[in-house]
Design a protein around this ligand. Structure first.
Ligand SMILES: Nc1ncnc2c1ncn2[C@@H]1O[C@H](COP(=O)(O)OP(=O)(O)OP(=O)(O)O)[C@@H](O)[C@H]1O
Ligand SMILES: [Mg+2]
Length: 333
């Protein structure tokens, strides 16, 4: 039987302060660099730079601590109060054009203050090329007064001229042990009972994204309140498609009957499962199925990439899963 933490007594003892109604991702956002999990090299380097902060570019997958790290660093440098006037945080995916760089960023960057200020440009990979060019000049001109921290997932979307003005910090996906430590710490703080297999499932499904894992844990704890969190609760929360439904999809492809494929896909979509989740699980199953040659798997892998992009761009879930299943049917012995 899996191990579990704490009982109801602990739940009632858990701290009831002003943060108790916050979503857990905010409640457990690290307040200091010491509380950031997993990014050891980055933290060592940042601690060395504290006295003479360079311009920085943080990049890496979602939910790995980029935004939390710069906010924690700013809090350590300025303190919570002063931080309000010394840090400008902009989300470039909302304000991605050149005008915001020329107006808000430039105006803030050139203001004098004792020491320096920090401008955080989160999701900088959404900035247009013109905006990035304009930013390059502003960074240079106001370096004395302002340090910039650009944050992005896709470093390839940042122009070389900006990259070369910044010290680059790569954030890695959060590994299993760090993930488990953080999640069990949160369970302990919240007095949540859980089977250890439930945490294993959460870690597997969140694929190194701690934000996802914490959000799902938060939701799972509400789903069957007061019950111990089980693997099934996690699967339900995450929206994992049951194995028999994935098998039905693969077998419909094996039947080589278009009508059968369309009917099966239509039923699965009508059950409310996400297209992205379906295609990921179908692909995983294909990889283990001996009816597919190496060549077939390569063809299907290529199609998954295309379907995934179309889904991100807002394509119809039904048509995208259908097109993938037709491709799988074509590539099956
Ligand atoms: N390395 C980490 N250490 C501790 N908590 C983390 C870490 N990474 C993520 N978290 C948790 O996930 C939440 C989101 O993290 P954060 O906003 O820093 O991610 P991010 O890397 O900026 O993601 P994105 O690229 O999607 O903006 C945090 O509030 C925190 O609860
Ligand atoms: Mg972020």
């Amino acid at each position: 039987m899996g191990s579990f933490f704490r009982n109801q007594d602990t739940r009632s003892r858990s701290t009831k302060d002003s943060t108790s109604c916050l979503p857990w991702i905010e409640k457990y956002r690290p307040k200091s660099l010491n509380n950031i999990s997993a990014q050891e090299e980055t933290l060592i380097t940042l601690n060395h730079f504290k006295d003479s902060l360079p311009h920085m570019l943080f990049y890496g997958p979602p939910g790995t601590g980029k935004t939390s790290t710069i906010l924690a660093l700013a809090r350590e440098l300025f303190g919570s109060e002063l931080m309000k006037s010394r840090v400008l945080e902009l989300n470039a995916s909302h304000e991605r054009g050149i005008s915001v760089i020329r107006e808000r960023v430039k105006n803030y960057a050139r203001n004098k203050c004792p020491g320096f200020k920090i401008i955080i440009l989160d999701e900088a990979d959404s900035l247009t090329k013109d905006a990035q060019e304009a930013l390059r000049r502003i960074i240079e001109k106001y370096s004395e007064l302002t340090r910039f921290c650009l944050i992005c997932n896709q470093v390839s979307c940042i122009i070389p001229a900006l990259k070369s003005r910044c010290t680059l910090f790569r954030f890695k996906s959060i590994g299993t042990e760090n993930m488990r430590n953080r999640l069990s710490y949160i369970c302990e703080q919240e007095g949540i009972n859980y089977y250890s297999e439930a945490l294993d499932e959460l870690i597997k499904d969140s694929q190194g994204d701690l934000r996802k894992a914490i959000t799902w844990l938060n939701n799972a704890s509400k789903l069957h309140k007061n019950d111990r969190v089980t693997v099934d609760t996690i699967k339900e929360t995450v929206g994992i498609v049951p194995d028999d439904i994935i098998n039905d999809l693969i077998e419909s492809a094996a039947s080589k009957s278009y009508d059968k494929i369309q009917e099966t896909v239509s039923n699965v979509i009508a059950s409310g499962y996400f297209g992205k989740q379906i295609i990921e699980q179908v692909f995983f199953q294909v990889l283990q199925d001996l009816r597919f040659s190496e060549n077939h798997k390569c063809n299907i892998g290529e199609s998954i990439g295309i379907v995934d992009k179309r889904l991100v761009d807002g394509g119809s879930e039904f048509f995208q899963v259908l097109s993938l299943m037709c491709k799988i049917s074509e590539n099956m012995n």
